[in-house]
Design a protein around this ligand. Sequence first.
Ligand SMILES: [Zn+2]
Length: 450
Amino acid sequence: MSITTLALTAELPGLGESLTWSQLEAWAVAMREELPAAALAAALEDLQDRLIDQVCGRKWLPVRDLPAPFGCPGCGVMSDFARKGRRTRLRRFDTAAGVVHVQLANVGCRSCGRVFAPLLLLLDLSGKRRTDRLMIELAELASQMSFARAGAIAAAFGVPGSPGRAHAAVADLAPMLDGIGCADLPQAPTGADVVILDGTGMRASSRRLGVNCNIALGVTGRTGSRRRRQAGTVLLGLTLAQPWTTMADQLRGLHPPTVVVVDGEVAITALAESVWPDVPIQRCWWHLPRALRWALYADKAPHPWANAKRGELVALLRGVAREHLSHPQALAAYDAFCATVTAEGHHAAGELLAGARDQVFTCLRPEVRARLAHLGGPELGSGVLERVMRELNARTDIGGSRWSVEGLRDLITVQLARMTNHPAWTTLQQSIRPPNAIAFNITTAKFNAG
Ligand SMILES: [Zn+2]
């Protein structure tokens, strides 16, 4: 244990000497950008001084054969090092606390002659110019906003950030999130009560229509009070620019869920049926009203009326859940709604609704309902899916930019890992972003200027 003290001096004009509040606040904000890094640099140099004293003896009083808490990177011996002075150039580290400059001290190994800086060795910083925590924080920001904004926000808080660094952080972090989007999922959950399969188009590659991003999400349970239940979400599979069939391998290793939720696309239903032939299929309550709006558009239905119908269907599905309707009651309400659409002669919409009929209330069948009762209701994570898809599309659509497939895969990997608290994400957070355990005090020493 040791105490590092950092002295802060500032030349403040006196009150009444044209000193404004804004100037004081500007000074404090400027310190926010520099103080944490300065404190870190001072602490590092203190630690380094004590380490060198311990390993080589006091300055001018060298001691031979002292043991060291590190091994020589040349020959591995753990004792008998000599002071080799300080490097003239400051070593720069980009950290989550700002840019840190440290003057490194070298030692020489008396056994093999190798000269190195033990501080870097002991803190596992050899060869590092940017810390992992900075990478995670930039990547986390960049998964929620454009690279340009992520860089600017980081920079505003004294963190070394720029659009390019934010971009690089995402590219570096994604491969560390083991098991996301890979066929073998070493850290992934083994299954879920409800599995939601959904695909969305994204603007990537030179293909005019972009590429498909396919996602398998699991809903595992709910926490929170009755009124504000939260579904636990797990990421079970992710593919980009690959057909649905490639996800089959990712899903086959999981326990079959109680129900699988699909958006109505033929390829997705086919995948669900091939992987889990005995698992009942539920039509997604978020997608169905959206698909109805598109079908009515194709039918050239008047817009206000079509929007009203979409709203009516949303209300019907919510009402079914809220009022605990039985399966036949819910179907009767659905049929009555469908009749109001077909009565206007809307062909595409009628076909859509008829095609979904068998799957729209699967969750209300008594046996399914009983097995999902612990999830707190038949919404089946459609709210979860809605949130995930909205956030995903909001991020990837920024600026109408066109992505490379690799760049988009990296971004989605980071984004989904964060949103679903994927085990790989949590593990990384715990090791790289632990809570602070070092006590510190900020004290004010008062001097009477004489
Ligand atoms: Zn050596």
